[in-house]
Structures are given as C-alpha cells and as structure tokens.
Design a protein around this ligand. Structure first.
Ligand SMILES: O=P(O)(O)OC[C@H]1O[C@](O)(COP(=O)(O)O)[C@@H](O)[C@@H]1O
Length: 407
C-alpha cells in the first residue's frame, strides 16, 4: 500500500507509551486525566495516595457508577466494567483500548479539520490491483494513525486493515490481534456525512507462533467472529461516540471536548426487540431478489409481523446506520456482497449480539462464519432480533445481481 506524508494541525498531543505502564496509574495519571469534573478525585489519587487507588477502584463499581457520575472509557474498563461474565478486563486490554481511543480522537479531529477538507476529495491509486475501492488520503492517514497507536501500545502482534492488502506483523509477543476499518464511509466525507472507525480484537493464537510471519499473520487475522475478545466502532458525527463491547454488554462513550475524554453515556445498550425502521440502499430494488423485495414491500405497508408502517433511513455510512439501529431498533442491511466479514461484519455483529440483537448474512449467523480471506465480502443484516428473523424467513434475501454501481 502507498504511504502518504501529510501535515495536519494536531489538536491532541500524542500519548505516552503505556505498554508497561501500570494500569492503575492510567486512571490516576495527571497527563491522562480530565481537568474538570473528575479533577478532585483524580488529584486526590495522583501521588501521595496512589496506594489507595486500588481501593478507589474497588469503590467504583463495574457498572460504571462513579462518585461524580463521570466515568471515562479507561476508568470503566480499568475498573472491570464490561468484561466477560465472571472475569475482569485485563490490564493489557485496557492499555490497548487506551491507545486505540487516542488514535480515534486524532482521526476525529482530522475528519473535522478545516485544513484537511481536500483530503476527503482525492483518491489515491491503489497499486495492489485488488477489487477494493481506491482509498482517499484520509483513509491512508487514518490507517497510519491506527497502526502507530497499536505499535505504541506494545500489546498487538498483528493488525489487519481494510487499507492493506495483507496483515502487518507488529510484535511477536503482542497478546492481541486487531482487525480494523480505519475510516468507513469516507466516500461521503467531502459532504461532512458521518464516518466511522471499526475495530475487532482477538487473542493472538499462540499455537501458531512457530509459523512463518506471513502465514501466522494471516491465520491470526482470519479468526471466527465468535472468538472476538472485544470490538467497537467510533462514530464521527455531530458527537464523536465510541461504542464498545468487552465481552459483556455494549456500551457507548461520548467524547467530551472540554476534557478530551470519552465519557460513559449509554451503558448496556439494548436494541429494541422490534423496530420500525429499515435501512438499505433501495435504489437497488430492481436488482434485489424476490424475497427481499417482498419483505420491504410488506413492512412498508405495515403488513408484516409488526403491524406498523416502517420508515426508511439510509445514510450510506455503515457505522452511522448501525448506531441508529442499535438505539432505535429495526434492521440495517446491505444485501449485496459488499461489506467485509473480517473488519466490518464481525466486529459489528459482536456489538449487535452483545446488545441483544441479531446479525446475519441472510442465512447464517455472521459470528459463526469461518473467514477464508482478509477482504472477503458478504451481505449483512444487523438489528432487532425479531426484525432480522422475520426478514430471514423470506428466504431469498441476498442480492446476487451486482452490475457494478458507480455511486
Ligand atoms: O453502495 P452501497 O451498497 O449502498 O454500500 C454502502 C456501504 O458501503 C460503505 O460505504 C463501505 O464501503 P467501503 O468499505 O468500500 O468504503 C458503507 O459505509 C456503506 O454502508
């Protein structure tokens, strides 16, 4: 992949390396803490009383309840919030999350920067000859930002990205594998339409350590979605929202620009079991199979299992369309083989299932599909359990006709 050197106006300083940084100090460090609401508490724990940090952490519950109600992502994860049932979130994962969220803040400021508007418009020729869309400079810069954050974390063995033909091996003993779409929806960026970063985190498969680098990089990246340790997205919109699952529930944090922190705003998101919204590019109606047409015609008229007339919403930006679906219910879909299993389908399916929803390719559960190649594409149906199940019951919902759309 081509690399690009671009100067931009950074609004946030680079973080200190936290690879071996004791986790409990992350929450206490004055470099990382917010200067406002949590100030008093953090100041209290910064030095003299660092020994009492552990007791402070245990006072704050894993549900994210805090003495002043201000709970950052690092506080939440560092205090065990959202870990798989009966387990806490390990220090390594918190360090990795810290670096990832910092990278996303940098991308957020880039996406919104008046000095980089032209970056959204250009396309960079991809030399790979693959069937992937030509990346925009912003895609490449975002990719570089994520890669450097993963390197700095010291916790990642391999990164597999939409922007690279093959996975990048980073560190032999990194405990994690990260799959990522650094900037999804960038085709719309010059119109300031919301975009997003999507990521998934797996454990490194130690049983593959003896293999040549290229081989183990690829096999580590092709893990089934049901092996995900964590996944998330960051939505760059009117608010910048980081939505994550660490294996128990789906939680969203909103960027507080006054402190530069992601703050817990939506704990334990539950997708309504039924919605009243469908989200799809329905200009493709005449290329759809019979089953999908019937389903959409039925719910539009209020003649489905939910006897209400459905409404259409389609931003054409996957993270934004999914975020709305998580909150309001319904179904977000792309019925053609377009979205990628490894770094779009799986991470989003994990979030949807952790929020009590359903994720399907129209026939199979997304998380059960064994990926066979990094940039594998598939149809995607995500949303409310009952809506996705009803849609699947029409049988023929995957679009196989794909004339090659220009827009
Ligand atoms: O053209 P369609 O089928 O409506 O696809 C739109 C989808 O493609 C995306 O833009 C992703 O495509 P890329 O990964 O190629 O950028 C999504 O954000 C959006 O949901």
């Amino acid at each position: 992949m081509q690399s690009l050197t671009i100067t931009w106006y950074p609004t946030l300083i680079s973080p200190p390396r936290l690879d071996l940084y004791p986790l409990r100090q992350i929450a206490a460090s004055s470099v990382l803490s917010s200067p406002t609401a949590g100030n008093k508490r953090r100041g209290m724990t910064s030095r003299r009383e660092s020994a009492s940090l552990k007791s402070l952490a245990s006072r704050r519950t894993s549900t994210g309840d805090d003495d002043d109600g201000y709970c950052t992502l690092v506080d939440f994860a560092g205090n065990g919030g959202g870990g798989r049932e009966g387990t806490t979130v390990g220090d390594d994962l918190v360090v990795l999350l810290y670096h990832l969220q910092h990278a996303c803040k940098r991308i957020a400021s880039l996406v919104a920067s008046p000095f980089n508007s032209s970056l959204g418009k250009l396309s960079v020729n991809s030399s790979s000859g693959s069937d992937r869309d030509a990346p925009k400079p912003l895609d490449i810069v975002s990719n570089d930002i994520i890669l450097s954050s993963l390197r700095n974390s010291g916790k990642v063995a391999v990164m597999a990205s939409e922007e690279d033909d093959s996975p990048t091996w980073i560190k032999d003993d990194g405990p994690y594998v990260v799959v990522v779409d650094p900037l999804d929806g960038s085709r719309n960026i010059d119109a300031s339409i919301p975009t997003g970063t999507i990521f998934g985190i797996y454990n490194r498969l130690v049983e593959l350590d003896h293999l040549p680098v290229e081989e183990k990089a690829e096999l580590n990246s092709l893990q089934r979605g049901n092996r995900l340790v964590a996944s998330g997205y960051v939505l760059y919109s009117s608010a910048t929202i980081l939505c994550v699952s660490l294996g128990s529930g789906t939680h969203a944090f909103t960027l507080d620009h006054s402190t530069g922190e992601f703050v817990l705003t939506h704990q334990n998101i539950k997708i309504p079991t039924r919605g009243q919204i469908y989200s799809v590019n329905d200009a493709r109606y005449f290329d759809w199979p019979e089953g999908l047409r019937k389903y959409i015609d039925t719910v539009r008229q209020g003649k489905g299992q939910n006897p209400k007339k459905y409404s259409a919403r389609y931003i054409c930006s996957l993270v934004a369309d999914l975020h709305r679906t998580l909150l309001y219910g319904g179904v977000a879909m792309n019925p053609r083989d377009h979205l990628r299993l490894v770094y779009e389908g799986n991470p989003l399916a994990f979030l949807v299932e952790q929020a009590g929803g359903k994720a399907s390719d129209g026939k199979r559960e997304i998380l059960s599909i064994q990926p066979v190649k990094l940039h594998q594409r598939l149809p995607l149906f995500l949303g409310s359990v009952e809506d996705v199940a009803e849609l699947e019951s029409y049988g023929d919902v995957q679009q196989t006709v794909n004339p090659g759309y220009e827009v």
